[in-house]
Ligand binder design. Structure first.
Ligand SMILES: Nc1ncnc2c1ncn2[C@@H]1O[C@H](COP(=O)(O)OP(=O)(O)O)[C@@H](O)[C@H]1O
Ligand SMILES: [Mg+2]
Length: 265
């Protein structure tokens, strides 16, 4: 008998469809990609959905201050300030190194795990979502320990009923993850990409891995829309213009065809 899997909505309905319903509860997902591709906005959306459906939510930010995350969220009409006041969300600032309850003094993995557990206890029992943006920041200077640390981190988070999105940076020049990436231990990998087509920045998303899930294998073009958030525009397979011949060439072929047909008539 097939066991029914409980899945958490990502907050992006089209992405849920791509994932056959969402992210399985308790999974540890790597969100990877170059800078500016939409990783943080994807994480913010995942947390907003958690707030909406009453999951306990924790967001650890190493790249941006807590204020910056709140401001970014507000541009998509997500009220993180209210969620924090209502004790639905704890935003852990790991950038400023402040000595406050919900700050990390340093990028230390054990400190991270302890703080997340403390936050989970404060939020209370039940299904929870965690974002660590980025997790790779915690072992940039200790690549040899990364493998051992990441297993430990994954195990503890699972024990606390956390479904996790952990981002990891890609080196711009080589497209390789810095050091040892979280992808190696992840239950799922969502890869963000970018390219410039006809002088315009395009962004894409591809589910490279999702255990226990018959997910789409297509790459999708995405857009980040002010006031709205991350939107899936369509798969590259459907949007043939992106990968097919240049428009001018297609026009020429069409014209030649029409001329030939006219000749026959
Ligand atoms: N309010 C907004 N409206 C439209 N695009 C936005 C808005 N806010 C941010 N963006 C776009 O999102 C990008 C940042 O995405 P982000 O998720 O932070 O990237 P990263 O992958 O580095 O985490 C910006 O460079 C900008 O192009
Ligand atoms: Mg980011």
């Amino acid at each position: 008998m097939v066991e029914e899997i409980e899945r958490l909505s990502t907050g992006i309905s089209e992405l849920d469809r791509i994932l056959s319903g969402g992210i399985p509860r308790g999974f540890f997902i790597a969100i990877t990609g170059e800078p500016g591709t939409g990783k943080t906005i994807c994480c913010i959306t995942f947390i907003n959905e958690g707030i909406r459906c009453n999951d306990r939510c924790i967001y650890v930010s190493t790249e941006e201050s807590a204020d910056s995350i709140i401001r970014q969220a507000s541009q998509f009409n997500f009220d993180f300030k209210k969620a924090i006041e209502e004790k639905k969300l704890i935003l852990i600032d790991a950038l400023m190194g402040k000595d406050e309850q919900w700050s990390l003094k340093s990028l230390d993995v054990e400190e991270l795990v302890n703080k997340v557990v403390e936050a989970k206890k404060a939020l209370g029992y039940g299904r929870a979502r965690l974002v660590v943006d980025s997790l790779s920041a915690f072992w940039l200077d200790k690549p040899a320990m990364a493998r051992r640390y990441s297993y430990f981190v994954k195990k503890v988070f699972f024990k606390w009923d956390l479904t996790v999105l952990a981002t990891s940076q890609y080196a711009i020049s080589t497209s390789e993850a810095f050091g040892w990436g979280v992808e190696h231990i992840a239950d799922g990998i969502i890869r963000f990409r970018r390219s410039v087509k006809s002088g315009v920045l395009k962004r894409y998303l591809l589910v490279e891995k999702m255990r226990q899930t018959p997910h789409s294998l297509n790459m999708f073009e995405i857009a980040i829309v002010d006031g709205k958030g991350l939107v899936i525009l369509g798969s590259l397979e459907e949007r043939k213009e992106d990968i097919a011949l240049p428009k001018e060439v297609i026009e020429k072929i069409k014209k030649a065809k029409e001329m030939k047909e006219a000749e026959i008539e």
